[in-house]
Design a protein around this ligand. Structure first.
Ligand SMILES: *[C@@H]1O[C@H](CO)[C@@H](O)[C@H](O)[C@H]1NC(C)=O
Ligand SMILES: *[C@@H]1O[C@H](CO)[C@@H](O)[C@H](O)[C@H]1NC(C)=O
Ligand SMILES: *[C@@H]1O[C@H](CO)[C@@H](O)[C@H](O)[C@H]1NC(C)=O
Length: 342
């Protein structure tokens, strides 16, 4: 063979190897993403909750849109502005790090609603109602906040009056905290900050993320898991709301913790993929109705005795985080069907 022929052969060979690798990669990816065609009905949606403010109080809904970023109010319920799950965040003025109910349990008592076409109304015990002009990107105060692992996420600052109100309610001071708003115009990039989680949870990706949710856009809990945990607790009552899920499922034959083996979940026409166990922190010890932390670290302590994650966090697990694969409307009482992991 001449040198030219050898070069040509090498090129053809390299091309072949590349295309075989390409086809293999493509098939591997695709296989993972194929929505199943057989489903098993397991129960119904008994609670549909949206948390307008990260760490704030929940909004209990009859129906919601399930978008790529998680739950959103419907146009039928709120004509001018539809709030999204964890679309608002409290952050520190000094370093722009988010603040949560882990440090400030009374944040769980903050209620957010839509007041009129230009304002949100924010309420908390002992405080007068705060009316916050709904921020838009045009000419507004854009900045970045930091979530876990120093992940930076864009935010639109909601102004000085909101900052004063939050600082007074949460810190008892006139400064220190600010309010940020996400307009859902961008998707998070978790590839650098969450590389350890991405290595461990194979179905997790950028497209799993919510707005200011810790990571994923939605959270689901099987009520049987809460019943089982409750039975193990002494001297302490909890509800599913200690764990702040978006979807609660109940059904006559559900076994505790079986949701961890659901690979796919269908609610009405909406299709979701289980991307991760939901690991838990001491925030679960805060009673969501009183804003008071349990003195004995429950239910966190008991959960940690028998349900520790095998993932990188090594924390107690309750419920699952799901990515929205097919968007649509979800109603309270919708049937829930699943495809289990093989
Ligand atoms: C804009 O946001 C920053 C914090 O991100 C704050 O310090 C500043 O006071 C804000 N400006 C106005 C006009 O609200
Ligand atoms: C994640 O999202 C960012 C921003 O949208 C993008 O630049 C990056 O390529 C994405 N990474 C992956 C692996 O999809
Ligand atoms: C029950 O809980 C309270 C605080 O919530 C604590 O003071 C008390 O010692 C506990 N009792 C027992 C028997 O653990």
């Amino acid at each position: 063979m001449t040198a030219n022929q050898i070069a040509a052969c090498t090129t053809i060979l390299a091309g072949l190897v590349l295309s075989v690798a390409g086809v293999y990669y493509f098939q591997k990816r695709k296989k993972k993403d194929i929505v199943p065609c057989t489903w098993e009905e397991v129960g119904k949606i008994t609670h549909l909750n949206l948390y307008p403010l990260k760490s704030g109080h929940r909004l209990e809904l009859q129906r919601a849109e399930c978008t790529e970023f998680g739950l959103k109010q419907t146009k039928e319920d709120e004509e001018t502005l539809q709030m999204r799950d964890r679309g608002l965040v409290v952050y520190s003025e000094k370093d722009h790090e988010f603040r949560s109910g882990r440090t400030y349990p009374k944040m769980t008592l903050i209620d957010v609603s839509v007041h009129d076409e230009n304002h949100l109304a924010i309420d908390a015990p002992t405080m007068r109602t705060l009316y916050v002009e709904i921020p838009t990107k045009n000419g507004q105060n854009q900045t970045k906040i930091k979530l876990h692992k120093n992940e930076e996420i864009p935010t639109i600052d909601c102004g000085n009056e909101a900052a004063l109100w939050l600082s007074r309610y949460i810190l008892g001071k006139d400064t220190g905290l600010r309010l940020g708003y996400h307009d859902a115009s961008s998707r998070r990039d978790i590839t650098k900050t969450h590389n350890i989680a991405l290595d461990f949870y194979k179905d997790l990706s950028n497209s799993s993320t919510g707005l200011y949710a810790d990571l994923a856009s939605t959270n689901l809990i099987n009520l049987a898991s809460i019943t089982d945990l409750s039975a193990k607790l002494n001297n302490c009552t909890i509800t599913v709301n200690n764990f702040r899920p978006n979807f609660v499922v109940d059904g006559p034959n559900l076994k505790p913790y079986e949701e961890h083996d659901w690979h796919w979940v269908k609610i009405g026409d909406v299709i979701l993929k289980n991307v991760k166990d939901c690991t838990r922190c001491i925030f679960t010890t805060v009673d969501p109705e009183s804003g008071i932390r349990n003195a004995n670290m429950e239910p966190f302590k008991t959960l940690g005795k028998y349900r520790l994650s095998d993932g990188p966090d090594n924390l107690p697990v309750m419920g699952i985080n799901l990515e929205v694969i097919k968007q649509g409307l979800i109603f309270l009482g919708d049937k829930v069907s699943v495809a289990r992991r093989k």
